[in-house]
Design a protein around this ligand. Sequence first.
Ligand code: FMN
Length: 200
Amino acid sequence: MNKQIALAFTGASGAPYSKRLLEVLFEQNITVHLMISAAARIVFADELGWKLPAAANKANKILVEQFQCDPELLKVYGEQQWSSPLASGSHQIETMIICPCTMGTLSAVACGSSDNLINRAADVMIKENRKLIIVPRETPFSAIHLENMLKLSRLGVCILPPSPGFYFQPTQLSEVVDFVVAKILDQAGIEHDLIPRWGE
Ligand SMILES: Cc1cc2nc3c(=O)[nH]c(=O)nc-3n(C[C@H](O)[C@H](O)[C@H](O)COP(=O)(O)O)c2cc1C
């Protein structure tokens, strides 16, 4: 079976990271189990011009067309779609990425609310000791945000803020986006050559 990833888009700024991440995952023939929050649909419309409908099957069709990917590589689930494999620890997906992650979703994951599929899927990853990568976006962070991140970090969650380095002297925005996506892929154990590695 090809590699499988659970991916959640929430309503924080940073949609270009999500778009690039999807591109690279499809290029690598990785199946993406995708969840999109209602707020993400609003932010992604602003930042990327994407008009994603609430209905998961319609969003799925639009994204397959946009990325020209094999339809088998994308499975979009609704926010309350509890029939999704992601709702249970019995699935075999080893890695989940929330990119970008709002402070609202961060808080819900930190307290184990499981009140929508994104929060439940993250809760499952934590309880099953699997890899959960959170890309939190807000600035500045309040003590509430930092405490939630610390709590999750102590549980083994990877807190990966979209903080690009500039030591490789990027000249285009796409290189800055790739820097962050490369860090996410490194944590997810997915090989890539998006940016040169230091010292090579
Ligand atoms: C244009 C726009 C940008 C936003 N940017 C952020 C952000 O960067 N970080 C954040 O935590 N919330 C941000 N929000 C607020 C969240 O979308 C809001 O708290 C929402 O309830 C989060 O829901 P979700 O976690 O289910 O996606 C933004 C909202 C809008 C409309």
